[in-house]
Design a protein around this ligand. Structure first.
Ligand code: RB5
Length: 150
């Protein structure tokens, strides 16, 4: 199950992506927003990140105007590795090398057709493990160190 979310800037973009996912038979859960009314991207970043971090959903897809704000917010949730990608190479690498569990897209940055290709690439790519697993572990260790209460 793919958790998806966006702010108002990417609402119609997310709707198009939902149609695409349905055509491809990919199951998703939409955590909002549900209209073009102005809202705040951290709300949806946290909902989707919680769903992924808890295991309710295996992966996540977040969209805002640039993909930046919503990924920054999602990355505050322990266990989340959200990557903003505007090209297929970065999308593949974010899975293969970084084990990204959330893909972030900028609705004002990439066109819908490119977004669909990025999504296909990202969903297909697999984490390579090995030396990359060591590095991802180092990321988790930074997180754990900063989570410790003094
Ligand atoms: C909303 O105007 C915009 O700031 C937001 O969608 C996003 O691009 C933030 O990073």
């Amino acid at each position: 199950m793919l958790a998806i979310g966006s702010d108002h800037a990417a609402f119609s973009f997310k709707e198009e992506i939902k149609t695409y996912l349905e055509e491809k038979g990919i199951q998703y859960k939409d955590f909002g927003c549900y209209s073009e009314a102005r809202t705040d991207y951290p709300i949806y970043a946290e909902k989707v990140a919680n769903a992924v971090a808890s295991g309710e959903c295996q992966q996540g897809l977040l969209c805002c105007g640039t993909g930046i704000g919503i990924s920054l917010a999602a990355n505050k949730v322990p266990g989340i590795r959200a990557a903003v990608c505007s090209d297929c190479y970065s999308a593949a690498m974010s899975r293969q090398h970084n084990d990204a569990n959330i893909l972030a897209l900028g609705a004002r940055v990439v066109g819908i057709d490119l977004a669909k290709s990025i999504i296909d690439t990202w969903l297909k790519a697999e984490f390579e493990g090995g030396r990359h697993a060591e590095r991802v572990k180092l990321i988790s260790e930074i997180e754990a160190k900063h989570l410790k209460t003094p």
